[in-house]
Design a binder for this molecule. Structure first.
Ligand SMILES: [Zn+2]
Length: 341
């Protein structure tokens, strides 16, 4: 409806409104509703690609393995190198196949500021390839599922270090997201389905732990964005269901910015399914509305063919997809920071 559309435009204009002294755009008196913009650095897809490769080169990052430990050390050093204050939050991941040593990595940009944004991804990779036809019991490289989201976080951290922004950001790499048991979702194979809530409990162990053990008491942020499978060739991001229901305003902002940047083919305006992902536990444990940008390239919206298979390797990664996702996120961050508090 036209009225609704105008109202949305007005609200958007108010949200993004800037003090005139900060705007680098010439005033446009012919269109009072034109949304002011702020300078936003270019997000490098090539740099993000290099960060995916680096992670994949460690091998599968399954908690308890040497590759996992080495990657954790590299992540901590990388974020510190970008000027972040890093907290390592170790915990025991009680998986359906045993207890593993895991660690959430929390990199804080401008920790002294109370006005904050939460950006997150999972950094572990799946311990099995249960959707493959071969080597199903072997861990996957998780270039997209794990690697791409972390790569976007690292590149955004590099960006804000190079081009400072007036807002605090917490980059959280959640561990043990992908150690769940898909069979629990299949009523023919699971006894636990007598209580469907149990399906949740085997996934997202790092965000579950963090949400019950916040790195700072009373921690909060204006909103959160989760990046999961944001780097594959042919990716597409429908509006994930829990995000639409629980973080409507920020979903509209993100997909609105994407449309403005002409990335509508990537950020499509359809509702995807409800995905049990880290954002759900962030929202259960805090009041932070958190959006999941998650690749669902198929119709109806479902994960790509590489999901939880050995095809999730570097050859599935498209740096241009990550560049667009990163540019949308950067635009949202720099604009949010420019709104007076
Ligand atoms: Zn996964």
């Amino acid at each position: 409806m036209a009225y609704g559309l105008i109202l949305v435009m007005l609200l958007s204009a108010v949200f993004w409104a800037l003090p005139k002294c900060k705007s680098d755009q010439p005033e446009n008196n012919t269109n009072a509703l034109k949304i002011p913009t702020v300078p936003v650095p270019n997000f490098s897809g090539d740099s993000a690609f290099a960060y995916v490769k680096k992670q994949v080169d460690f091998g599968p990052r399954v908690p308890g393995t040497a590759a996992h430990k080495a990657c954790a050390a590299w992540l901590v050093e990388s974020f510190k190198g970008f000027g972040m204050t890093v907290i390592e939050q170790p915990f025991k991941a009680n998986t359906y196949f045993g207890t593993l040593d895991a660690v959430n990595i929390i990199a804080q940009y401008k920790p002294e500021l109370s006005n904050r944004i939460l950006l997150c991804a999972h950094w572990d990779s799946r311990h099995i390839a249960d959707k493959d036809t071969k080597n199903k019991d072997k861990a996957i490289l998780g270039a997209d599922d794990g690697g791409s989201g972390v790569a976007v976080l690292l590149e955004l951290a590099r960006m804000v270090n190079e081009t400072p922004v007036n807002i605090g950001i917490d980059f959280i790499c959640f561990d043990a997201e992908d150690l769940g048991d898909d069979r629990l979702a299949n009523p023919n194979q699971s006894v636990m389905l007598q209580n469907p809530q149990n399906t949740d409990k085997t996934w997202c162990l790092g965000s579950q732990y963090w949400s019950q053990n916040l790195h700072k008491p009373g921690y909060t942020a204006k909103f959160g964005i989760l990046f999961d499978m944001v780097g594959a060739i042919g990716a597409r991001f429908p509006r994930e269901g829990f995000s639409v229901d629980k973080a409507t305003e920020i979903v509209n902002k993100i997909w609105g910015v994407a449309a403005e940047l002409k990335y509508n083919d990537l950020f499509v305006n359809i509702r995807g399914g409800n995905i049990t992902d880290d954002h759900l536990f962030v929202m259960r444990g805090t009041q932070i509305p958190t959006v999941d940008i998650i690749g669902m390239p198929k119709e109806p919206p479902t994960f790509g063919d590489h999901h939880h298979t050995h095809f999730d390797n570097l050859s599935i990664i498209d740096s241009e997809v990550m560049r667009k996702v990163g540019q949308v996120a950067a635009t949202v961050i720099y604009r949010t920071a420019a709104v007076p508090q």
